[in-house]
Ligand binder design. Sequence first.
Ligand SMILES: Nc1ncnc2c1ncn2[C@@H]1O[C@H](COP(=O)(O)OP(=O)(O)OP(=O)(O)O)[C@@H](O)[C@H]1O
Ligand SMILES: [Mg+2]
Length: 491
Amino acid sequence: MTLALRDVRKSYGNTVILHGISLDARFGQVVAIVGANGAGKSTLIKILSGAVPKNSGELELDGQKLDLKGPRDAIRQGICTVYQELSLVPELSVAENLLLGVLPRRWGLIAWREARIRAKEILTSIGFGSIDPAAKIRDLPIAKQQMVEIAKALVSTPRVLVLDEPSAVLSGSDLDSLYALVGQLRDKGTLVLYVSHRLKEVLDLADKIAVMKDGRFVAELDPKKATEDDMITLMAGRQIEAIYPDRRKVFGEPTLAVKGLTRAGEFTDVNFSLRRGEVLSVFGLVGSGRSELVETIFGSRRPDSGSISIGGLTKTFHAPVDAIKAGLALITEDRQRTGLVLGLKVGENINLATMHGILLSMVKRRSNAELMINELSIHPKHCKDMAAWQLSGGNQQKAVIAKWLLTHPSILILDEPTRGVDMATRVDIYKKIDELASAGISILMVSSDLTEAVSMADRVLVMRNGRVLKELDAAGTSEDEVLAYAIGGKE
Ligand SMILES: Nc1ncnc2c1ncn2[C@@H]1O[C@H](COP(=O)(O)OP(=O)(O)OP(=O)(O)O)[C@@H](O)[C@H]1O
Ligand SMILES: [Mg+2]
């Protein structure tokens, strides 16, 4: 059994996004699609899922032409898709989201107990049994939301499962559950199409890798023979040598100092200080309290005890707006919820955090937006008047960074800054972080990417179960050492 794409083309207006994509995939395979941000991966996937119409070309399942008029047609054919951007209803429970449309009823009323039992069965059968079916989506961390999204696609037992960056927000045991699930589905004869920027996992999981560049498949690689570098070079169209900048070791006076900061159930007695021009990374496994910590520093949450001082003065932030006034910026890990207003133009989004209190003129907003789009190479170049949802995922991430840089913070906090970002774009972001630090800005960076956490930083704080276990000088430590502290192999 096979799925075939023949010369699939897609344009938006005058812009050609897909230039004729052809692919043959067999059932019981994992076929990975890799490519730079904006290459067209998600567009291709939306065509396969019936969410977006193609301009020309053919889709064939088992030799039968597919005429998809909408997502329902695709699902009826057994093609189920997990989109890059989550589509769950935040106010509803896990069970309701999973069973939306097929909720069990008794006497015309929804049978909640049954629904929860059914949801639990589904979650357990795919190895996601740790998720509580009664929990509201909006109360779940983003990693668990992603897993519910995957579970939702599996409710109707797909023949083809399409996953668009399913692992971007996962780490640790959640990642292992995903990999196990993908393996299990392949063994059962499901075709899994898998889009990811995590190139190592692509090599581990895939039976075949299709490399996409500028709307074309430029190579098909055998994961047994290919390397990460091969993929990076093909995706970028050039070799990328230095990924991480050389950090200089000249720092100014302390700017941010945190003493005894505690929030019950999240983190306990956190102490550190950050100097001008310094990059401090916070590494820890999921649930170690990292995001909660930076949100508290930014005034999104209130600490139970402890203090935050900026430039030697103790501060109480009642809301993020107070923190922004004090020179802080926080780039959150959840760009859809707290980063961008998707319906608003990219240019307006970029100005959004700067407009607190002051109303900028139209001309100023426009030039601000153009400046930042250019500085961060947001793609496409003329995207200022596009709606934010029209940008590819990685470019949305850059737009969030642009928005916060425009506030000219003196302390920049980044929570997972390179999530869903391709290697060439990462290099741009790393360069930018380095430039900002060199200009005297203090940078606090939360990262689950061990290499990034060690290579981008001057110092590394390792967190475990809500406590800072160790503070390490980045130049004097290794990834192994940091990981050993994070997982509890070292005290
Ligand atoms: N509805 C739309 N209108 C106009 N342009 C669009 C629309 N949807 C996508 N695009 C453009 O199509 C191009 C490809 O986007 P796509 O989302 O497919 O990229 P991608 O390969 O998935 O990237 P990423 O790795 O960042 O997710 C981008 O330049 C994007 O701005
Ligand atoms: Mg995408």
